[in-house]
Write a protein that binds this ligand. Structure first.
Ligand code: IMP
Length: 181
């Protein structure tokens, strides 16, 4: 298995087929939640971790969408939160009166999402909801309302399907547990 210092990529937590099935189910839930849209739903991909999830979700949705990207910095190359969040890249369009769906890879402490939700609210969207592929509740520091949830996961650092360890392993098709040895 792949080595990264004292950390190695371990077993599969969620395999690729299970991810794709759940993404399709989430798309059905999301389609149903927006029966009447005045304008396309704005999917906000939170870079970089959400990029693969956003790409698959966007293709599974039937409602019309537009894509936007934001980037925050909260983790360095370590496997724990730095505790502070800053915006590195903002949206490049007006969100005023738009239906907006934030697309997250994982909610861990909740700091990133609560920061982003507050920030995006200042753009005055018509609605602002959140879909997260993974929910890791054990380290939650801020209460976060997850409108559409993929999987609850236990207290492990995970990689794959967009999630990284020091920028690596985002291209794994499954979600893997990182072993500390
Ligand atoms: P939070 O602010 O603690 O909720 O974490 C937000 C960000 O931390 C996520 O969008 C991920 O980029 C990163 N993160 C949290 N847990 C993991 C993990 O287990 N693997 C990889 N990245 C993680």
């Amino acid at each position: 298995m792949t080595q990264a210092g004292q950390l190695s990529i371990g077993g599969v937590l969620i395999d690729a087929a299970a991810i794709q099935r759940r993404v399709d189910e989430l798309a059905v839930e999301i389609d149903a939640a927006y029966p009447v849209l005045e304008q396309p739903l704005v999917l906000i991909c939170v870079l970089k971790g959400s990029i693969l999830f956003t790409a698959d979700l966007a293709r599974a949705l039937s409602v019309p969408i537009e894509l936007e990207f934001v980037a925050c910095r909260s983790y360095g190359d370590a496997t724990s939160s730095s505790g502070t969040v800053e915006l590195v890249k903002d949206v490049s369009m007006s969100l005023k009166d738009r239906d907006v769906l934030m697309v997250e890879d994982i909610i861990d402490t909740g700091l990133t999402t609560s920061f982003l939700r507050k920030h995006l609210a200042t753009h005055h969207p018509r609605s602002l909801r959140l879909v997260s592929l993974l929910d890791k509740r054990s380290h939650r520091m801020r209460e976060v309302q997850i409108d559409f949830r993929g999987f609850d996961i236990p207290d492990h650092f995970v990689v794959g399907y967009g999630l990284d360890l020091a920028q690596r392993h985002r291209n794994l098709r499954a979600v893997h547990i990182v072993d500390v040895s």
